[in-house]
Design a protein around this ligand. Structure first.
Ligand code: RP5
Ligand code: MG
Ligand code: MG
Length: 277
């Protein structure tokens, strides 16, 4: 898959325009004369504890392609190249240099919980009349930053296990755990904790995220957690929180238009569950 969403128009939250890159200009081994896009590090990153220093900071000595202290600079895609002291996007050109709004140079690791249940009508699985397959629903959030619907994923904190990120982000974005009372929080944590013990990995790799640049990009581990009988997560009230402005169960269907490459991940979950797409 050639990345698409990270090479069009204005860079998110800025007036910075990417250089237009056609499909065949994406690979680094295709030469483009005078390819010299703008170099952009968002002012949002200044003095943020979660962000790397500027690339030319003499105290910044990252261990590329390695576990660098508690920061994971290993890419799921393999060994990435360092060109002129900067990591090079393994999927190719994006029409923008620098880090944009991403905290880390190189891979920025996230995790995406795809929480699913069956759509029921009168207590039975609803079947799509065309594909004759049952309709799956997934728990979607509307992102605060761009208004697009997405999987309630988030960044892996330094030293955090991916299994913990999946659970934490789901609780924060779909159960508003950051603002819940301690009792409610404990209750939700128990409920989700059990449910999140068994998931099936759907995808591990590069995400076509609109924030990607030539030197910084998103990667994820997407895992499907399925409530077969609407007995646990499927029956609870969802409440948006943190970087989500709404949350709801969305019918899984080929027409879905989700943030970044999330439609591909949801499609893979539908295939795994033998559901309609
Ligand atoms: C996407 O950005 C990932 O797939 C994940 O859903 C998300 C993580 O970033 P934030 O939600 O923390 O902005 O690339
Ligand atoms: Mg979050
Ligand atoms: Mg998020």
């Amino acid at each position: 898959m050639v990345h698409i969403k990270c090479r069009t128009g204005l860079y998110p939250f800025s007036q910075i325009r990417r250089i237009a890159i056609s499909d065949d200009q994406v690979p680094w081994n295709v030469s483009i004369e005078n390819y010299n896009p703008q170099d952009y590090d968002s002012p949002i990153l200044t003095n943020k504890p979660w962000a790397d220093p500027p690339i030319d900071d003499t105290n910044f000595k990252p261990q590329w392609n390695e576990l660098d202290g508690r920061i994971n600079r290993v890419s799921h895609t393999g060994v990435y190249k360092i060109i002129d002291g900067r990591p090079q996007n393994p999927e190719g050109r994006t029409g923008l240099k620098g880090r944009g709004v991403l905290g880390k140079w190189g891979p920025n690791h996230a995790a995406d919980p795809i929480v699913t249940r069956w759509k029921l009508s009168n207590g039975a699985k609803e079947i799509n009349p065309t594909t004759k397959l049952p309709i799956l629903q997934f728990c979607a959030i509307q992102r605060q930053d761009c208004g697009q619907w997405a999987i309630p994923g988030g960044m892996v904190d330094p030293g955090e296990k991916v299994s913990e990120t999946l659970r934490r982000e789901f609780l924060e974005e779909a159960f508003n755990s950051l603002e819940a009372s301690p009792e409610k929080r404990q209750h939700n944590e128990q409920l989700i904790g059990k449910f999140f013990e068994s998931g099936e990995e759907i995808f591990r790799g590069y995400v076509d995220d609109p924030r990607n640049t030539d030197n910084a990009w998103m990667e994820t581990v997407a895992v499907n957690f399925h409530d077969e009988s609407n007995a646990t997560v499927g029956k609870f009230n969802l409440q948006a929180g943190d970087d989500a402005k709404s949350v709801k169960w969305i019918d899984v269907d080929g027409g879905l238009d989700l943030y970044a490459s999330h439609s591909d991940f949801v499609k893979a979950a539908a295939k795994l569950r033998r559901a309609h797409w």
